[in-house]
Design a protein around this ligand. Structure first.
Ligand code: ATP
Length: 195
């Protein structure tokens, strides 16, 4: 997966629609303290499914919506889109959008289709990235990696190997299997009652 563009609207300090185009090679974001550099990385993590308001430096998830300034009123929603290509075996182009409205929570779309947060998490996990991916190194993260427990390091290695999504699917399949077994047992009881 190669992320080509991040589009933000009403997200934190990015009140007007803004595009960050990521070209081939290295992209640097420079600017004075407080200009919104960390907000860009947070926008990326948020769209990939981050669900901890605290790790977005807020008390509630709605705090990511532009809160207004002395000269501009607050916004009612925030929306961020990630445009990526080289996705999956066919190398398709994919646009993932997350939107949050005051009082209405978050909604996700992949290529214009409404999807669940889990679908977005799986898409990025299969591409060995995601909201908690070690590929996204935020401030203070280096020391966290160094002091990580063996199980956490293993999770990082599995993510780097691109198999994190398989674990989620295995858990899902096990849950479905358990539910089917319970249904079969119940069916056997009903049939036995009829005999
Ligand atoms: P530093 O170099 O100090 O780490 P930075 O460039 O990474 O700074 P950020 O931390 O990304 O800056 O941006 C902080 C700015 O975002 C602050 O000016 C803050 O007021 C603004 N901000 C954060 N949340 C909101 C919001 N919901 N509405 C409006 N502005 C916001």
């Amino acid at each position: 997966m190669r992320i080509r563009r991040l589009r933000l609207s009403g997200f934190k300090s990015f009140v007007d629609a803004s595009d960050l185009v990521i070209e081939q090679g290295l992209t640097g974001v420079v600017g004075p303290n407080g200009c919104g550099k960390s907000n860009l990385l947070e926008a990326l993590r948020w769209t990939m499914g981050e669900n901890s308001a605290r790790s977005m430096r807020g008390a509630a998830m709605e705090d990511v919506i532009f809160a207004g300034t002395a000269t501009r009123p607050p916004r009612d929603f925030a929306e961020v889109s990630i445009l990526a290509d080289e996705v999956g075996p066919e190398g398709e182009e994919v646009e993932v959008v997350r939107r949050i409205e005051r009082g209405a929570g978050s909604a996700y779309r992949i290529n214009g289709r409404d999807v669940r947060a889990k679908d977005v998490a799986l898409l990025f996990a299969d591409a060995a990235t995601g909201a908690h991916s070690p590929a996204l190194v935020s401030q203070n993260r280096i020391s966290a990696v160094i002091s990580a427990k063996p199980a956490e390091r293993r999770a990082m290695l599995e993510e780097a190997a691109g198999i994190a999504g398989l674990h989620v699917r295995r858990r899902d399949a096990e849950n479905r299997l358990r539910a089917t077994e319970a249904n079969l047992a119940r069916l056997a009881e009903v049939l036995a009652d009829q005999d």
